[in-house]
Design a protein around this ligand. Structure first.
Ligand SMILES: Cc1ncc(COP(=O)(O)O)c(C=O)c1O
Length: 388
């Protein structure tokens, strides 16, 4: 099998598994218990919190463990709105966010929140000047993803963060800045001080960590309300018994990412660039979607004229090559990707797109085999395609 779907999820790193294992049975106690066994579990959590804080360059009490990026995004957006004393608060986001942002925003709009959804340029990048133009007196929150899950485009988060900081110096009601860094965390610098973010979401299973665990960074002094009530865990912001193995796993996964990032990025980028170069050269009517340079090192999203992405994906699957059409959450639905439509692609072009996302276990042989398989499949599909 050649797995090229790391943007959907990654395998668990063997060192992460090793770190987690004792916490399933031997060190199973509730980290909230006062007895020694509880304190041992708490020590594992404390270590992980330090690892996460080190990764984000923040304090340990600014790290909130959640069940994943979906929950982190829900807590960030709903929590800021609920804590605001502005009568009709306004929030800004972009039209290529993951559904874990866009659906929350839709829900907030139904509750009376004013919403601005920004367009992106043809290369899939948000323009900072456009962000600035949309800021109003009642704006309380701007949420822009760090990197896109379908096309891998990287947004100017630091530039937007600096802009918001400057604007905040001159206004009474603060604008909070949130970024969904779920796809970025494995590849990009997530130093919250340099990015100037107040809130940042990430998830374990995209970075060779476990599924069902995530982080929300919440900067000290942020006015935010919980949306689930119960115990006093996570500084009163996220009630519920802590998922010790998951937390230990995400801490370990992030410290491995930080240690190996430069080497790993170079490797996957080389494979990704080879795939793009060979595909665009050897397959007529193939086009790269999204900025060529401002994108994650492991992502290639390519449209193939006159054929359906679903058929390409299924044919590649028969050959043992796993890829994706659009995001995993959208696969199975027949509507074209809203992210590709946002770039200005036609419905036809958007339907013919495949996302290849590389990971640390891929090799150059994987690239060569994939391009050879693609050439054969696309030739065959075009022969039988009703689209001329
Ligand atoms: C950009 C982005 N945000 C949020 C999520 C949701 O993450 P989780 O599966 O951890 O809830 C994903 C997952 O695909 C994602 O890619």
């Amino acid at each position: 099998m050649i797995y090229l779907d790391h943007a959907a999820t990654t395998p668990l790193d063997s060192d992460v598994l090793k770190a987690m294992q004792p916490y399933f049975n031997k060190l199973f106690a509730n980290s909230g218990s006062i007895h020694s066994a509880g304190q041992e579990a708490l020590a594992g959590i404390d270590k992980a919190r330090q690892q996460v804080a080190h990764f984000l360059n923040c304090e340990t009490n600014e790290v909130i463990f959640t069940s994943g990026a979906t929950e982190s995004n829900n807590l960030a957006l709903t929590g800021i709105v609920d804590a605001s004393d502005i009568k009709k608060p306004h929030i800004i986001t972009s039209n290529i966010e993951h559904p874990a942002i866009l659906e929350v925003v839709k829900n907030l709009k139904n509750r009376g929140v004013e919403v601005t959804i920004l367009p992106v340029e043809h290369d899939g990048i948000v323009n900072t000047n456009v962000v600035q133009k949309e800021i109003k007196d009642n704006t309380i929150l701007i949420s822009i993803m760090y990197a896109n899950n379908e096309i891998g485009t990287v947004q100017p988060i630091k530039e937007i963060g600096e802009l918001i900081k400057k604007i905040n110096e001159k206004r009474k009601n603060k604008i909070y800045f949130h970024t969904d860094a779920t796809q970025a965390a494995g590849y990009l610098n997530c130093d919250t001080k340099s990015l100037k973010t107040d809130l940042l979401s990430l998830s374990g299973h995209k970075i060779y960590g476990p599924k069902g665990i995530g982080v929300l960074f919440v900067k000290k002094g942020t006015k935010i309300k919980p949306f689930q009530y119960g115990g006093h865990q996570e500084f009163n912001l996220r009630a519920g018994t802590l998922n010790t193995p998951g937390i230990v796993g995400i801490g370990e996964a992030l410290s491995i990412v930080k240690k190996n990032r430069d080497v790993n990025n170079k490797r996957v980028q080389h494979l990704r660039d080879k795939l793009i170069e060979k595909t665009l050269k050897e397959i007529e009517g193939s086009h790269l979607n999204g900025s060529k340079t401002k994108r994650l090192p492991n992502n290639a999203n390519i449209s193939f004229d006159k054929i359906e992405g679903e058929s390409i994906m299924l044919n590649l699957d028969f050959e043992g090559i796993e890829v994706s059409t659009g995001s995993a959450c959208a696969s199975g639905s027949l509507s074209p990707s809203y992210v590709l439509l946002a770039l200005g692609l036609s419905h036809l072009q958007a339907h013919g797109s495949i996302r290849f996302s590389f990971g640390k276990e891929n090799t150059i042989e994987d690239v060569n085999k994939t391009v050879e398989a693609l050439k054969k499949i696309i030739k065959r599909l075009r022969l039988i395609s009703p689209i001329k």
